[in-house]
Design a protein around this ligand. Sequence first.
Ligand code: PGA
Length: 239
Amino acid sequence: MKVFVNTPEKIAEMAAQRYVKLLNEKPTAILGHATGSTPLGLYAELAKLNAEGKMSYAKCTSFNLDEYVGLDGTHDQSYRYFMNENLFKHIDIRLDHTFVPSGLDTSAETAAAYDKAIEAAGGIDIQLLGIGNNGHIGFNEPGTPFGSLTHMVELTESTRQANARFFESIDEVPTHAVTMGIKTVMNAKSIILMAIGKSKAPIIKETIQGPVTEAVPASVLQLHPDVEIYLDYEAASLL
Ligand code: PGA
């Protein structure tokens, strides 16, 4: 794993350059996107670079990590809505080339079809990840088998609490989600994980310097041949 540490602004710029390079080398790249507060700086930077003509998404395909169960794409807390508002609207990607797991159809067949669609597209070139305070990647909570593919999960109380800030009350936070599995993520050719802020420092230390264990889902990244981790000074403060 390569670890880069700088300010939140600078790590967004540095990570964005990976996309400029990839999209210029491979305009048909398959991109795995993430939601949450962490990628917002990166997404703003990507939109700026796209507007400046530094790269184009016109031939790209996007697959998102996860979606809340029960929210359709027009709900303002759905991850489909988040992606449209925070990235897709601002870049030249074709909306019909963007995929987010269905929060309404949670059947095993539909989950399996998501993995098949990624495979049929040629596999993900860069998978972007945030990390939960409990080490989750996507919504793969601690204990998720490393061999898991796209599946429905029950969210932990700590994840629901962490995400309650976006909802009127904790009761409105969905209890379940559909997420790419750990294996789906590990199948990506390259992975970029970003973390910002002091609250992420303990889990970042465990992820990078602790044992590889299903109890810390992100620790599996130690086994991937091409992972870049972008941290601000606070998230890196315990390394
Ligand atoms: P955050 O979420 O970027 O909002 O901290 C990350 C995650 O839970 O994966």
